[in-house]
Design a protein around this ligand. Structure first.
Ligand SMILES: *Cc1c(COP(=O)(O)O)cnc(C)c1O
Length: 387
C-alpha cells in the first residue's frame, strides 16, 4: 500500500501547529517548569549511566506502574498503538478473527486490530457515556469473534465489569484501551485490571505524558506478559534468544526516567482535572442545547478530556476562537466512516457515533489550567448562548 504523497522536491515537511491562542487547549509548560529540576536530574542520570534501552529506569517504572494499578505484570513498549497491537498479537487469535470495538474512538483502537491480521467490527456507543455496551456488542458476535476491545474514552469508564462477565461467558478475550483512562475506575477497580491485556499510552498530552512517545501493557497473565516482552524486542528476552519474530517497540530509558518523575504526581493531577471538570459543569449548567459530560454512577471519571455536545458545534468553536480560546474535536469522523473502514461498513448504521462527530467539542482542560483562564472560557461559552 502506498501512503506517501509526493510533495514538491519529494520531501514532505512536518506540519507544526503554531499556537496563537490566549488560552491553548493544552499546555505542559507549567507542569514542566514545576518539575524542571527533577526532569533535568533524570536526564543527567540517564546520560551518565549510559544505558538507553532496557535498563533500570524501565524496570523501575514497570514495577511502580504495576503496583500503582495492582496488576502483577507491566511491560513498557514504544507507544500506545503498539501496546494495543502487541496485546492482540500476544493472544494468538489468528488471522481473519473478528474483534469488536467501539465506532467512537481514536483510530489506533481499530488500526491495531487490522495490523494484527484481524478485522475490526464496530459497535455503536452509548449515547450518554460514549463507551461500548454489552447490548451493542452482543448482536455482533459471530463464530469468528475472538475478542472485544473496550475503550475508557475521555477518562470515562466503559461498563467493564459487565463486559468482562459477558466476554468470559462466551470465551472471548477482553482488552482494555486505557490510553485515555489511566486511574479511571469502576466499583473501585481501576482500569487495566479486568482485561486480559490493557494498553496505556504516555503520549505527551495524555494524563501521564512522556516527553515523546511511550506506552505500556498491563496483564495478570505471566505467559502473555512474557510474549509481549518478546514481541516488543525482536522475539527475544535475552540477547540472541529469538524464539519468535517480533518488532522493535520498546519504551526507552529516558522516557521511563521522565515518567517515574511524573508518576508520583499523577494522583494529584488527576484530582486537579476533576476539580476543573466540576467547575465547568457547575458553571455551564442550565444552557439548552449544551450537553455536559456525565459520569456513570459507581465510576471514577478522570477527565482526560472535557467534551461538550451541542448542535451548533462549529459556530461555537469559531466563536471561542474569536476570543482566543482553542478547542479541539475528538473526533471529527467516527471510525466506520473513515476511508480505511468505510467500504466495509457502508451498509451499517451508527446513529450515535454519526451524531457525535457533528456535535462534540473539547474545552481546554489540564491540571495546571488557571482558574482565571477557565473563567474566560466559561464566560465565552455563556456569552455565545446567552449573550
Ligand atoms: C492516544 C490513544 C491511543 C494511542 O496511543 P499512542 O501512544 O499515541 O500510540 C490509543 N487509543 C486511544 C483511545 C488513544 O487516545
Amino acid at each position: 500500500m502506498l501512503w506517501a504523497v509526493k510533495a514538491a522536491g519529494g520531501i514532505i515537511p512536518i506540519q507544526t501547529e503554531a499556537v496563537p491562542y490566549d488560552i491553548p487547549f493544552f499546555s505542559n509548560t507549567l507542569q514542566h517548569n514545576f518539575l524542571q529540576d527533577d526532569l533535568h536530574q533524570a536526564l543527567d542520570q540517564v546520560i551518565t549511566g549510559g544505558q538507553f534501552i532496557r535498563g533500570t529506569n524501565v524496570a523501575q517504572l514497570e514495577r511502580q506502574f504495576g503496583e500503582r494499578l495492582g496488576v502483577p505484570y507491566a511491560v513498557g513498549v514504544g507507544n500506545g498503538t503498539d501496546a494495543l497491537w502487541l496485546s492482540i498479537q500476544a493472544l494468538e487469535i489468528g488471522d481473519n478473527a473478528e474483534i469488536i470495538t467501539p465506532a467512537w474512538s481514536w483510530i489506533s483502537t481499530a488500526s491495531a486490530i487490522t495490523r494484527a491480521g484481524a478485522k475490526p467490527i464496530f459497535a455503536d456507543v452509548d449515547p450518554i457515556y460514549y463507551t461500548l455496551t454489552v447490548e451493542a456488542v452482543e448482536p455482533l458476535i459471530t463464530s469468528k469473534t475472538k475478542a472485544v476491545i473496550a475503550v475508557h474514552l475521555y477518562g470515562a469508564s466503559a461498563p467493564i465489569r459487565d463486559l468482562q462477565r459477558f466476554c468470559s461467558g462466551r470465551r472471548l478475550h477482553l482488552i482494555e484501551d486505557c490510553a485515555q483512562g489511566i486511574l479511571t475506575s469502576e466499583g473501585g477497580v481501576v482500569a487495566g485490571r479486568r482485561g486480559i491485556c490493557s494498553a496505556f499510552s504516555f503520549y505527551p498530552t495524555k494524563n501521564l505524558g512522556a516527553l515523546g512517545d511511550a506506552g505500556l501493557v498491563t496483564t495478570s497473565n505471566a505467559s502473555i506478559a512474557e510474549r509481549i516482552r518478546r514481541l516488543s524486542n525482536h522475539g527475544a528476552l535475552t540477547r540472541n534468544d529469538h524464539i519468535l519474530e517480533g518488532v522493535n517497540s520498546r519504551l526507552d530509558e529516558l522516557q521511563a526516567a521522565f515518567l517515574i518523575v511524573k508518576l508520583s504526581h499523577l494522583a494529584k493531577w488527576t484530582e486537579q482535572r476533576k476539580v476543573a471538570a466540576q467547575y465547568y459543569t457547575k458553571n455551564l449548567a442550565g444552557i439548552d442545547d449544551l450537553h455536559l459530560p456525565q459520569t456513570r454512577p459507581g465510576t471514577n471519571h478522570t477527565f482526560h478530556l472535557f467534551v461538550i455536545r451541542t448542535s451548533r458545534r462549529n459556530e461555537l468553536k469559531e466563536f471561542l476562537e474569536g476570543r482566543g480560546i482553542q478547542t479541539l474535536i475528538h473526533y471529527p469522523t467516527a471510525l466506520p466512516f473513515l476511508p480505511p473502514y468505510a467500504s466495509a461498513n457502508k451498509d451499517r448504521e451508527f446513529p450515535v457515533s454519526g451524531g457525535l462527530q457533528n456535535e462534540v467539542l473539547s474545552l481546554p482542560l489540564y491540571p495546571e489550567l488557571k482558574k482565571d483562564d477557565q473563567d474566560l472560557v466559561i464566560e465565552a461559552v455563556r456569552d455565545y448562548y446567552c449573550g
